[in-house]
Design a binder for this molecule. Structure first.
Ligand code: ATP
Ligand code: MG
Length: 200
């Protein structure tokens, strides 16, 4: 086959692809507040959630972040984004295996969830990140129905991102976009400790 025929075929294929992509883009006309879930065992869930907050803030949208479980840890994104008008609600407890005090964990979960409910009923907030929410449901710290209700009744245009491993199937059903981050390799498995600026 001559180079010129190869080139013509390549162009024809690209043109067909472009027509399909253009048609798909033209057909997607619905505007709505999205519910995104980033789950799975790989690294990158919270990074992705905070990246979405940075993206939204960069467009002048208003955002709020609720940090379940790891709220008391130092957090680069919180240091930065709180200087750019992002509101934070932080669960004032560490991992449950650090505190070993279930009643205190549940009280802390309840307290921060009430702040989450306020964000989820405030139409002035365009995006809410519920970082590590999935564990609150799987540990039964928060009632699933209550979480579902707050998500369903939120302002129509408000976007929400939920992160955490083992997301409950009912939250996955409720979501518009769900990504599962898979672990192919992690530095920690080779004895490398969590690195500031990369892991937190
Ligand atoms: P990140 O905050 O880096 O996006 P994540 O939200 O996907 O991570 P988490 O389960 O919240 O993952 O864990 C947070 C911390 O644990 C981070 O320091 C991260 O590097 C580390 N981590 C994430 N996945 C793994 C893994 N598969 N093995 C070991 N450590 C992990
Ligand atoms: Mg995380």
């Amino acid at each position: 086959m001559t180079d010129s025929i190869k080139q013509q075929r390549h162009q024809a294929r690209q043109q067909r692809l472009k027509t399909q992509v253009d048609a798909a883009v033209a057909a997607a006309t619905t505007e709505k507040g999205l519910l995104l879930v980033i789950t799975g065992n790989g690294k990158g869930k919270s990074t992705s959630g905070f990246g979405t907050v940075a993206r939204a803030v960069g467009h002048g949208l208003s955002a709020a972040v609720v940090q379940f479980i790891k709220g008391s840890w130092d957090c680069g994104e919180r240091n930065l984004l709180s200087q750019h008008g992002v509101q934070f609600a932080v669960m004032a407890t560490g991992f449950t295996w650090d505190t070993q005090d279930k009643a205190a964990d549940m009280a802390a979960a309840e307290h921060v969830w009430q702040q989450a409910e306020q964000f989820l009923s405030d139409a002035a907030i365009d995006l809410v990140l519920l970082d590590e929410l999935t564990y609150m449901v799987s540990y039964h710290y928060l009632e699933l129905e209550r979480v579902e209700r707050a998500l369903i009744n939120r302002p129509a245009g408000q976007h929400v991102v939920i992160t955490g491993r083992a997301c409950h199937r009912r939250l996955i059903e409720l979501a518009d976009t769900v990504s599962e981050v898979q672990n192919l390799k992690h530095a920690f498995d080779n004895g490398i400790k969590a690195q500031r600026g990369i892991d937190w």
